[in-house]
Design a binder for this molecule. Structure first.
Ligand SMILES: N[C@@H](CCC(=O)N[C@@H](CS)C(=O)NCC(=O)O)C(=O)O
Length: 234
């Protein structure tokens, strides 16, 4: 029987199935990257809901796993060398799971690094820029009279969408015919930008037809449909 008691996070979120990968998350654009990946690969896992309403991400138990107080985070009881592995940062988790399962990343070195490059493009560009646009368009920043900060992130988001649109002009997915972790990293953010953040008109999303086509294919995948609502509240 696997023992995860050395991980303080399991005190607040007890593992019913300690032999399964433990996911601590919330269905946000960063959170669902991991639940979608887990659904796609079929790895057995146990999801735990981290509530922002009660600031769970600031609890000592959560911080013991991720000192950066952000979801998603995991504990894999069966990590490298058969030892448990704790990990945070969605990009690192996607890479780890792709490597562990041998799925959703090309096996040749060049294809592998090209995929990692596009995951980094999402982690360093799409995520942070779209996130700021969300703040200035939908949340507290909406009230600011000076629209220059918002417009800066609109311009940068448009530019990033343009880069992706060009990449997808002659490809079904970011890496071509193969659906990979680069798609799992990116499309939850694009869905969120035009959905929850209500910024579709602002960024002129209708002009990014290749991104729109790939997004449509992404959200139709059964693993994506399931992953988008995991973990459930409660
Ligand atoms: N770079 C991190 C970002 C994670 C992140 O920003 N998570 C947000 C939700 S999408 C969060 O946990 N926010 C809680 C907080 O900042 O207190 C990753 O990709 O994992």
């Amino acid at each position: 029987m696997t023992d995860l008691s050395s991980f303080p996070i399991t005190k607040k979120w007890p593992a019913q199935h300690p032999d399964r990968l433990q996911l601590y998350s919330l269905p946000t654009p960063n959170g669902v990257k991991v639940s979608i990946m887990l659904e796609e690969t079929g790895l057995p896992y146990e999801p735990h809901f981290v509530s922002f309403e009660t600031n769970d991400q600031m609890s000592p138990e959560f911080l013991s796993l991720n000192p950066n107080n952000k979801i998603p985070a995991i504990v894999d009881p069966n990590g490298p060398g058969g030892k448990p592995l704790a990990l945070f940062e969605s990009g690192a988790i996607l890479l780890y799971l792709a490597e562990k399962t041998g799925k959703l990343i090309p096996q040749d070195a060049a294809g592998r690094y090209e995929t990692i490059q596009w995951v980094m493009f999402q982690m360093g560009g799409i995520g942070p820029m779209f996130g700021q646009l969300g703040f200035f368009n939908k949340f507290a920043g909406k009230e600011y009279e000076d629209k220059r900060p918002r417009d800066r992130y609109v311009a940068e988001s448009k530019r990033l969408l343009g880069v992706l649109d060009k990449r997808l002009a002659d490809r079904a997915w970011i890496m071509g015919d193969s659906y990979t972790i680069a798609d799992i990293a990116s499309f939850p953010w694009i869905r969120n930008l035009i959905g929850f953040y209500e910024a579709g008109d602002l960024v002129g999303f209708k002009d990014f037809k290749n991104v729109a086509r790939a997004l449509e294919a992404f959200v139709a995948r059964p693993a994506v449909i399931s992953g988008l609502t995991i973990p459930k509240k409660g």
